[in-house]
Design a protein around this ligand. Structure first.
Ligand code: ZN
Ligand code: ZN
Length: 252
C-alpha cells in the first residue's frame, strides 16, 4: 500500500491510498482535480470513493468534480448537507459505524473544529493493517489500539517566534481548531496504546508560517525513540509517497 500526498496544508488537502491490488481510496478533495488526475494517471475507474473530514474549502472544494467523474464521496450527514446533496452521509450507509468500501474498512470519530460535524478516520486494509488519520482538530482525547500507521496534524508550534507575533484573534482561531506539534507528541505517548505495532508516522497540515518541517519530524523521532520505536517519520508534502507496509507480528 502506498500513501500518495497531493497536498497537505491550508492551501489544499488530498491523499491517495493506493494498494498493489484492488481499488484506491482518496482522503479529502481540496486539491484541483487536474492535479489529482495527473497523480492517478487518469484512472478514475480505479477509485473506490472519497472520504471528507469536514466542509472547509481546503478539504472539500473539488467534491463535485469527483462526483462528475462517477466517484462516490462520503462525509457525515451534517458535512454532506453543507457541501452538496450528492455527498453520501456516512451514518446512513454504514453498519455499526463501520463502512466497507471495496477492501477498505472505514471507521470515523468526532474531532473538534469550527465546522458542522468534523470527523477523522480509522481505516484498515489487508495490505497495510490499520491507518489512523487525524487532521483539523483542536484536541484529540480518544485512545486507539492496533494503530500501524499514524497520519497526524502538526499545524503549529506554540513556542514558534513567528506564531507569537501574530494577532490574538488569529492565534486563538489556530489554538481552537488545529493540533500542535506538542499535542501530537503527547497523543503518541498517551493515546496510542500498543506502540509496538506502530510502523510509520506522517505529519499533516503544517502551517507555512509557524511550523518547521525540518524540526518537527526530528522531534517526533526523538519522542518515538524514547518509547523504543525507531520508525520512519515524514512530513506530508506534494508528491511525497509513503510506503505503508503490513505489520508483521514478531515471531517468538
Ligand atoms: Zn484544513
Ligand atoms: Zn478546516
Amino acid at each position: 500500500m502506498k500513501l500518495k500526498v497531493i497536498g497537505s496544508s491550508s492551501g489544499g488537502n488530498c491523499y491517495i491510498l493506493k494498494p498493489d491490488s484492488g481499488k484506491m481510496l482518496i482522503l479529502e478533495a481540496g486539491i484541483n482535480i487536474k492535479e489529482v488526475g495527473k497523480m492517478l494517471t487518469y484512472k478514475w475507474k480505479d477509485v473506490a470513493g472519497v472520504l471528507i473530514t469536514h466542509e472547509h474549502q481546503d478539504h472539500a472544494a473539488y467534491v463535485s468534480e469527483f462526483q462528475a467523474r462517477g466517484i462516490k464521496v462520503y462525509a457525515t450527514s451534517e458535512t454532506a448537507e453543507r457541501i452538496n446533496n450528492q455527498v453520501i452521509p456516512l451514518q446512513f450507509v454504514s453498519k455499526k459505524n463501520v463502512l466497507q468500501i471495496e477492501d477498505f474498512k472505514v471507521m470515523w470519530f468526532d474531532t473538534v473544529h469550527d465546522a458542522a460535524h468534523p470527523v477523522s478516520y480509522f481505516i484498515s486494509h489487508p495490505e497495510m493493517g490499520k491507518l489512523l488519520f487525524i487532521t483539523d482538530t483542536a484536541e484529540i482525547s480518544q485512545k486507539f489500539r492496533g494503530v500501524n500507521h499514524l497520519c497526524i496534524e502538526t499545524n503549529y508550534d506554540p513556542n514558534n517566534a513567528a506564531f507569537a507575533r501574530l494577532s490574538e484573534s488569529y492565534t486563538n482561531r489556530v489554538l481552537l481548531s488545529h493540533l500542535s506539534i506538542d499535542q501530537a507528541e503527547k497523543f503518541i505517548i498517551n493515546n496510542i496504546l500498543d506502540k509496538e505495532k506502530l510502523e510509520s508516522v506522517t505529519l499533516l497540515h503544517l502551517s507555512s508560517r509557524h511550523a518547521d518541517k525540518q524540526d518537527f519530524p526530528k522531534r517526533i523521532k526523538k519522542t518515538l525513540s524514547k518509547l523504543g520505536r525507531d520508525i520512519p517519520v515524514e512530513v506530508a508534502q506534494p508528491y511525497t509517497i509513503i510506503n505503508l507496509k503490513q505489520y508483521e507480528r514478531p515471531n517468538f
